[in-house]
Ligand binder design. Structure first.
Ligand code: NDP
Length: 458
């Protein structure tokens, strides 16, 4: 069996890879088991130095890896290079902070002494999506390597080149054989890896159905799991907000990564007093974005990652319009000169969306803005929380009391005030409700797969 890399700008396959055979998978699992010991023997300081070397290599290869990501999944080269550099940042963060996070923590008890030691669990399976093909993996891999947990990567099937590049750069940085292995396997083979006694946990970033399947197998095997799933983040705009700044943030939030981000602002919930002003300015900027070759400097929006992603968003729009929503801008198949076969989609805007429309409840993983008009902050929060998702949220206002109220009431793993939601290695990242459980990044991300051993001494 083979796996192909296909350029979403042309829909032409440009590279073919052999799937990992059953024998090679068996060898990878055996090797990963040995990898735990090899990482442990390196010691905390040497692992931190390894992460620094890894950061250097990622910075050196940002152009090469950025180009690969653009070619495999269509994001603009500018964003792809920034993504690779952000991976370097995460490596440096854990190199600096990891030794402190992993240090023994003394605890005062009545008799004798006690401390908490932080020990590796062993090989962790990472099931990852294509939308940030480097960052999604590194935000797992950097803390895992620091904590001496080997990584087994099952990446999305459309980014095999990125998956192999990640394994290569980690080994090039001097991490031992067995510390990180890419498995080119389809999703049907994931359960077998979770159930293998040598895999000690699983982390998944992706859709709800994939998360549920992985968590079910992990639960039956009594293994820890972490899920980062989808979102339909609300973006609330109140009358006191700087509307120009809110519009700029809304454009970036909705269209970055060609609109394919779990923490993209998706539902724009705007106070009646400023709705028209916000809508007009937003529509003008959205309509001016340049669709084109992701490798070109002047492209704002590249193709969607796959033909099926394009079909899906077109269907969501058609059904939403059928249910009564108004498509007031774009939202159609796009055209780019010289690339008639690409997955081009014109950024769109839906208004007056009724509850029955798919756009009201479902995640739209493409640059489509959903606009809602509300009479008050309470109405905005009620609408924001009327969603199965709970990943990120944002509010634009200059009123302190409104901020405090929203921060306490919005059902989400993050609230950004007068800015868009973005991940940062120093801050915990994750969702509630059907957006998943557990936290990546910061100290929490490292502790997700660590044995916090209680030690008492008389
Ligand atoms: P999928 O869930 O289809 O794929 C994600 C990964 O899971 C892929 O590696 C895929 O493999 C694998 N997978 C799919 N089905 C199964 C299964 N039944 N058992 C085991 N593994 C499976 O999501 P997409 O690739 O379409 O990514 C987009 C989704 O991810 C969106 O919903 C988005 O919101 C979410 N996401 C969440 C983020 C977060 O941090 N919360 C960040 C980014 C995206 P294969 O490719 O071989 O099918």
């Amino acid at each position: 069996m083979t796996i192909q890399s296909r350029n979403p700008a042309t829909n032409q396959a440009f590279e073919t890879y052999e799937e990992t055979s059953p024998d090679a998978l068996e060898e990878a699992l055996a090797c990963a088991e040995e990898g735990t010991e090899a990482l442990r023997l390196m010691g905390v300081r040497e692992r931190a130095r390894g992460l620094e070397r890894l950061a250097d290599l990622l910075e050196e290869r940002a152009e090469e890896y950025g180009r690969l990501a653009s070619l495999e999944m269509g994001k603009t080269l500018r964003e792809a290079k920034a993504e690779v550099r952000k991976c370097a940042l995460a490596c440096r963060y854990y190199a600096q902070e990891g030794p402190g996070f992993l240090a023994d923590e003394p605890v005062k008890i009545d008799e004798g002494s006690a401390y908490v030691a932080h020990l590796p669990l062993g090989p962790i399976l990472a099931v990852m999506p294509w939308n940030f093909p480097f960052w999604q993996v590194f935000r797992f891999a950097a803390p895992a390597l620091m904590a001496a947990n080997p990584g087994l990567l099952k990446h999305a099937s459309n980014v095999p080149g990125c998956a192999l590049a990640i394994e290569k750069v980690i080994l090039d940085a001097g991490f031992p054989r067995g510390s990180f292995k890419t498995l080119l396997i389809g999703s049907k083979r994931v359960e077998g890896v979770i159930r293998d006694p040598r895999a000690k946990g699983v982390t998944l970033t992706g859709s709800g159905p994939a998360g549920a399947a992985v968590a079910k197998a992990a639960g039956e095997e009594i293994k820890p799991s972490l899920l980062e799933l989808g979102g339909s983040d609300p973006f609330i705009v109140m009358p006191s907000a700087d509307i120009g700044a809110a519009v700029d943030a809304a454009i970036t939030g909705r269209t970055q990564n060609n609109g394919q981000s779990c923490i993209a602002a998706k539902r724009f919930i705007v106070h009646d007093e400023v709705y028209d002003r916000f809508r007009d300015a937003f529509a003008e900027k959205l309509g001016a974005l340049r669709l084109g070759d992701p490798l070109a400097e002047d492209t704002d929006i590249g193709p969607l990652a796959s033909a099926s992603a394009l079909d899906e968003v077109l269907e969501q729009i058609e059904k939403s319009v059928g249910a009564g929503a108004k498509l007031t801008l774009g939202g159609t198949r796009g055209e780019v000169e010289g690339c008639p076969e690409g997955n081009w989609f014109v950024p769109g805007m839906l208004e007056d969306i009724p509850e029955e429309a798919p756009a009201f409840r479902d995640e739209i993983f493409a640059p489509v803005a959903l606009l809602f008009r509300v009479p008050s902050l309470d109405a905005a929060i009620e609408l924001a929380n009327d969603s199965a998702f709970g990943l990120g949220s944002a509010i634009f206002t200059k009123d302190r009391a409104e901020v405090d109220h929203a921060v306490r009431r919005l059902e989400a793993g993050a609230t950004a005030v007068n800015r868009i939601v973005a991940s940062d290695p120093r801050l915990p990242f994750g969702g509630i409700k059907t957006s998943g459980y557990g936290r990546e990044l910061a100290k929490d991300g490292m502790m997700a797969f660590v044995n916090k051993k209680t030690v008492t001494v008389s």
